[in-house]
Design a protein around this ligand. Structure first.
Ligand code: DX5
Ligand code: ZN
Length: 239
């Protein structure tokens, strides 16, 4: 159990409500030799939450990191953490990642035997339960589960690597989800992940994205603070 997880996220949600979209820097391309320093630099640069990509070399080709690194980031970070699980049988690991400090646990619809059961299990553990859909997964496949999730993460690249090119199919999917949300008066948040840059952030924000993951656009920039504030400004102007 991690009951404080929900609370940390509520502050972020209030911020989104009052000030518009936020950028979640993804650690994937950061300097893992100086992880705590990178976390500190991102927080000093204004990051309000961080995005951690867990890849197992099976669900996606690349192998990144797991619980030990999430625990280390949790110790170093003050802001909420979104843990994006790109692993086979994620239901087996959700309790461990909740305990390690995830405030949002994001699981891929494509990898779930029982999406509703897994989303409900995440919520019972404390973190917000977010459902990710890959570029080839239509929104209609997620529709039956929207009432069980706190957020939907629309992938704008095929999960697996940082630094890929944005796939515009995400724009239609975000707009479709935003439309469903307003018609139903539902409360789920909309996120987007992959290929976000100064060119693509305006369109995703205009389509409804609020929790916007940016990896290379922040980590490969010369100045984290400048990159985050420029991206957030562009998103807020477009939202
Ligand atoms: C891709 C990951 C992303 C990645 C984003 O599988 O889910 O979170 O780190 O990196 P950019 O922003 O460079 O596409
Ligand atoms: Zn991710």
């Amino acid at each position: 159990m991690n009951p404080s997880a929900g609370h940390a996220f509520d502050q972020l949600a209030t911020r989104v409500e009052n000030h518009g979209p936020v950028v979640l820097p993804a650690l994937l391309l950061c300097d893992f030799g100086h992880l705590a320093r990178e976390v500190e630099r991102l927080e000093e640069a204004g990051a309000l939450a961080l995005h951690l990509d867990i890849m197992d070399g099976r669900f996606v080709p690349q192998l990144t990191y797991g619980l030990i690194v999430v625990e280390a980031v949790r110790r170093a970070a003050k802001v909420p953490l979104e843990v994006h699980l790109m692993i086979e049988e994620p239901e087996r690991s959700i309790a461990d990642y909740a305990k390690a400090g995830a405030d949002i646990l994001t699981v891929h619809l494509e990898g779930l035997a029982d999406p509703r059961g897994t989303l409900e299990a995440i919520a019972a553990l404390g973190p917000k339960a977010h459902l990710a859909i890959s570029p080839n997964t239509p929104v209609e496949r997620a529709v039956p589960y929207l009432e069980y999730c706190d957020g939907v993460l629309v992938m704008s690249v095929e999960p697996g690597y940082g630094g890929q090119r944005f796939n515009p199919v995400a724009l239609e999917k975000l707009a479709e989800l935003a439309d469903i949300r307003s018609r139903r008066g539902a409360g789920f948040h909309l996120g987007v992940d992959g290929g976000i840059s100064t060119e693509t952030i305006g369109p995703v924000a205009a389509a409804g994205a609020e929790l916007i993951v940016a990896g290379s656009a922040v980590i490969r920039s010369q100045n984290y603070a400048h990159a985050i504030s420029e991206l957030e400004q562009l998103a807020r102007n477009a939202a």
